[in-house]
Design a protein around this ligand. Sequence first.
Ligand code: PXG
Length: 441
Amino acid sequence: MSNRLNTPNDLRAFWMPFTANRQFKQEPRLFVSAKDMHYQTHDGRQVLDATAGLWCVNAGHCRPKITEAIREQAGELDYAPAFQLGHPKAFELANRLVDIAPEGMNHVLYTNSGSESVETALKVALAYHRVKGNGSRTRLIGRERGYHGVNFGGISVGGIVANRKMFGTLLTGVDHMPHTHLPGKNAFTRGEPEHGGDLATELERIVTLHDASTIAAVIVEPVAGSTGVLIPPKGYLQKLREICTKHGILLIFDEVITGFGRLGAPFAAQYFDVTPDIITTAKGLTNGVIPMGAVFVTSEIHDAFMTGPEHMIEFMHGYTYSGNPIASAAGLATLETYKEEGLFERARDIAPYWEDALHSLKDVKNVIDVRNIGLIGAIELDQIAGEPTKRAFTAFLKAYEDGLLIRTTGDTIAMSPPLIVEKHQIDEIVGKLREILTNGI
Ligand code: PXG
């Protein structure tokens, strides 16, 4: 294509997601290609990706096996109807997914995003109780500062005020546990914080208030990502599991960012050795390359639906693109890449180096906390008085100019590099951050 432009001639038509549109359009930041750990910008610069895109490109960019699988699938079977028909790769992928899932999570429903995985999980939970004859279990419990995507169920159980306040009354019958962020006690903790495990007992209080017979499910991110990386205090997730089991409440782990090796195990459930009843995933499932999500459920949940006449649809839910052939091919090639290159183990092995490197920033100006787990890290900055988010956003812009991609949320810098990151690249990330935070903002 001879007249291909690297810079579109007009940026106005695209109303960009979760973006300061006016700022962006004055100073656009466009990526035009990527390879392994780097993006290339429209003005010809290399940018080191410390965020795996948006927490999704776990195997690094433009990996040959995944690219080739997509190319081949697009030429062989482009689309197959998802309802009452199928194609082999969707089944094959489900089997490979179940192989790496926690024991007992033997069934998978497909979606196209993390947000849809959350909606699907909440609907499965409600319907499960109903088919079991417990139709009074309709309440959903989330957590303050939780992020579960942007659809109505997700923002209802979510706890990020800015994502909720514009959109009316949301779902009814939702309650929230307190978040677990205790900076006064846990600042600069390496890994799981000591303090705050007892906050799980707040769930008991909520159960007492509403009565267990009205509660369908509790949903949490094992590690809360979008709100600025909140790592579960020691014992917290185990305690949530105990309380849910005791009261017959389903426990949903939203593993959209923790899934597929981010913590050095396939899922956070295995990392923390806590098995929920439902796991939501997306992002790393296809290396972020083709939109796809998957919701894992136990046999107990799946089998509860398999009753009634066999010609009847058991669960009235699904998407046109559930298990889309090209997404399935991308998913299979992604799982093969993770396996062949031992990327989950790699993440586990390099995590201590990552931890040391991040915590070396402890004494840098305006750094008020450093948090880390697996290949996730956060650096919280002191807010500029009266101008929340500005310090971190300035750091983001400076880093981009300096060839480093970071994410910011509030005044926290969040990072989650691809699992192929090398030690010298970790040094580069931390070196650039030190320079920016010391001299740039
Ligand atoms: N659940 C969780 C836990 C997530 O982190 C979603 C659901 C929604 O996924 P979709 O695919 O619908 O966007 C997410 C998404 C960030 C960031 O920088 C995080 C997400 C998305 C974009 C940016 O924190 N998480």
